[in-house]
Design a protein around this ligand. Structure first.
Ligand SMILES: *[C@@H]1O[C@H](CO)[C@@H](O)[C@H](O)[C@H]1NC(C)=O
Ligand SMILES: *[C@@H]1O[C@H](CO)[C@@H](O)[C@H](O)[C@H]1NC(C)=O
Length: 216
């Protein structure tokens, strides 16, 4: 491993551990873990194990009422982002449905249905298109975001304010070619723990992985 790769893997692990730490501290998550244990025991008695492989390359299987997702930002201007939700790659270079700027997936939080996905060019594009899209997002929707190349130039204050309303605490600081991944939901009163940003000078992709149910 080159030192750079090592640093990268280390960072990834730290992110996972930090997120895991946050999740396990919440009482609802502990409750889910207990339920899943009981559920697994019951399943074993009647055969047919329902709990299978972790989804989206997560290190562990999520508790039953949690969704697995992973977000990877683009790196520099030629390595594309990837958004995986509940075991499916929704947006990626291979799927040929990503673009420079902001890549956004909307999921119905109640049943995990992917309702929409779009990318918005934040350098040449019209911020009104992004605003119109964001303003229509209803409470109870999970919003998954991964940046690619520049996400900041056309990110006007009104767009940033909407992301703050979805639980972002870093979006106000995103500058030209900074990388940013974020998962949130409109109407959340708490700041989302699922967010990471890096300065443009580092120009590395960011991975963020976890399964968590983000609700009203
Ligand atoms: C496990 O489930 C059984 C019934 O399915 C219930 O009686 C028992 O209290 C549960 N145990 C725990 C620890 O929740
Ligand atoms: C999920 O819920 C939405 C709205 O409540 C509904 O329109 C959609 O059909 C549901 N999807 C599935 C797979 O149940």
């Amino acid at each position: 491993m080159r030192p750079r790769d090592f640093l990268y893997v280390t960072t990834l692990l730290v992110v996972i551990l930090v997120i895991w730490g946050i999740s396990t501290r919440s009482p609802s998550m502990k409750k889910s873990s207990r339920n899943i244990q009981n559920f697994s025991g019951a399943e074993k008695a009647t055969a047919v194990p329902k709990i299978s492989q972790p989804k989206c390359n997560l290190p562990k299987t999520c508790p039953l009422d949690h969704y697995a997702f992973s977000l990877k930002s683009g790196a520099t201007n030629n390595v594309g982002p990837r958004i995986c939700f509940d075991g499916k790659i929704i947006m990626s270079g291979v799927r040929n449905n990503i673009g420079k700027g902001l890549n956004i997936v909307l999921v119905n939080a109640e049943n995990g249905t992917v309702e929409d996905f779009r990318h918005f060019d934040m350098y040449y594009g019209n911020p009104d298109d992004t605003l119109a899209f964001l303003k229509k997002i209803k409470p109870g929707t999970i919003v998954l975001v991964a940046s690619f190349d520049d996400a900041a130039t056309k990110m006007v204050d009104e767009i940033r304010d909407l992301f703050v309303g979805f639980g972002s605490s870093k979006v106000k600081d995103i500058k030209f070619r900074d990388t940013w991944v974020f998962a949130g939901a409109p109407g959340t009163k708490i700041k989302s723990p699922f967010e990471k940003s890096w300065l443009s000078v580092m120009r590395r992709p960011i991975y963020m992985e976890n399964g968590h149910r983000l609700l009203k």
